[in-house]
Write a protein that binds this ligand. Structure first.
Ligand SMILES: *[C@@H]1O[C@H](CO)[C@@H](O)[C@H](O)[C@H]1NC(C)=O
Length: 436
């Protein structure tokens, strides 16, 4: 399949491949070596630490967005801003099709960091405890690698820095703002606590669950706790509602089709001797298919209303929007990922990832982009002691993982463009540049 090319073209290709930094864009292992060079590591770690020190919540990522834009400017990469309040969309390459996207989320969590270290969060009650600081740094790292090879890109890599992944549906707002028009494929990654350092992991098909949130008000009639017959007790009714909700998964769902219903909120009453008028309960439900998700949603509402009525209470049920569909990995992109990741870290360090009941708003991009794919970058290094989990106040990032995240995203984008461009050329029966 080697294209017939005159010696002059070969010479040009060789000199382009030998470019400023040694590795060819089509060589994932070479890009990883580039990302592990000391000066690159210092820079990408520095970026991550600056973001970590100044965590910002959903749709408030103003300083983070500004940092992203300054770094892009320093690299000479054009971008669009603002999209969805703080979002930034940068482009590297020809500016023409095909377009392939990479995505990072920028927001932190409303929790206090408990790790005592030099770059601890400087903002009380806010912390990057999920790793989005690392995601932004890694995507800027990918940007740097791609920009070093911009003349070799066979299309355009679109770098999407989005706000509000933690429940705010930032992905949906980015789609609505036109961030991903004309994109053929998009890759998202998450740095991950339980995947070993040096390992890249994913799976075809469902990888993260669909997630919805509900809230219900169960209303009765308040009164004296010693005279229950003069009241309609919503505490008892809500308690039975919760027990009934727990039977949706255990009795109605296929045991082989993983689902969760959790009531995490129960608020009502304020005195030992008073039965309150109403109780508010709320929770989340998870499933891996649209059918199971929609069925749970419908049954949650039915069960709350019907079970509340058994104790003569009324109930209103609301669902938070947006809900998040499951993250479903495109099977062809999975084969592609296995190939590229295998060339980067060796096939033995590309692992199958179990699906998780956690949710990701990355799935909202799949409603606008034909093919999407989500994978995990390992950071567990047991010789450094135990690794605190995501969303834990003791969460830390193993910064050794940052070069892997930078290099795999750059490789996925570059090779996707290369292969897709070749596909277009073959389909159109275009001779490979013999006119040179
Ligand atoms: C794990 O941590 C140890 C101690 O810091 C380090 O020497 C080693 O290189 C790390 N392993 C990997 C694969 O990064």
């Amino acid at each position: 399949m080697a294209p017939r090319a005159p010696p002059l073209l070969l010479l040009l290709l060789v000199s382009a491949a030998a470019g400023s930094c040694g590795a060819a864009l089509g060589d994932p292992a070479g890009l990883l070596r580039r990302a592990k060079e000391a000066e690159f590591v210092d820079w990408v770690v520095g970026v991550r630490r600056r973001i970590h020190e100044n965590p910002e919540l959903s749709y408030e990522e103003f300083a983070t967005s500004e940092l992203v834009r300054r770094e892009l400017e320093a690299m000479g990469i054009p971008y669009r801003h603002p999209l969805a309040v703080t979002g930034v969309v940068a482009t590297v390459g020809t500016g023409g099709p095909p377009f392939v996207a990479l995505r990072a989320d920028m927001d932190a969590l409303p929790m206090q960091e408990s790790v005592e270290w030099e770059h601890k969060s400087k903002v009380p009650g806010k912390m990057h405890a999920c790793g989005h600081d690392a995601h932004v740094a890694m995507l800027l790292g990918s940007a740097k690698i791609l920009q070093e090879h911009r003349d070799e890109l066979q299309g355009t890599a679109v770098l999407v820095f989005q706000p509000a992944e933690e429940g705010g549906g930032g992905a949906k707002k980015m789609v609505e703002a036109g961030a991903v028009e004309n994109i053929e494929a998009m890759f998202g990654i998450h740095i991950f606590d339980s995947v070993p350092i040096g390992v890249l992991a994913s799976r075809p098909g469902p990888v993260m669950a669909g997630s919805g949130f509900f809230e219900a008000v169960v209303s009765g009639k308040g009164g004296h706790a010693a005279l229950p017959h003069h009241t309609i007790d919503p505490i008892l009714a809500a308690s039975n509602v919760i027990l009934s909700l727990q039977q949706l998964v255990s009795r109605e769902a296929d045991p082989l089709d993983s689902q969760v219903v959790t009531v995490g909120k129960f608020q009502g009453g304020g005195a030992f001797n008073v039965i309150p008028d109403s109780v508010t309960i709320g929770g989340t439900f998870r499933a891996f298919s649209k059918e199971s998700f929609d069925r749970l949603k419908q049954r949650i509402e039915q069960v709350i209303v019907a079970q509340a009525s058994v104790q003569r209470c009324s109930a209103t049920v609301g669902f938070l929007e947006p809900s998040f569909p499951p993250v479903i990995n495109d099977p062809e992109l999975h084969d592609f990922f296995m190939k590229v990741a295998g060339k980067m870290v060796g096939p033995g360090d590309v692992r199958e990832k179990q699906p998780m009941m956690g949710a990701e708003d990355f799935s909202l991009y799949s409603e606008a982009i034909p093919r999407t794919y989500y994978s995990f970058v390992g950071m567990l290094n047991e010789t450094r002691g135990p690794q605190a989990a995501h969303h834990n106040p003791f969460f830390t990032i193993n910064e050794d993982a940052l070069p892997y995240g930078a290099a795999i995203q750059a490789s996925l984008a570059a090779r996707y463009l290369l292969e897709h461009q070749q596909h277009v050329a073959a389909a159109a029966k275009v001779e490979p540049r013999d006119e040179l």
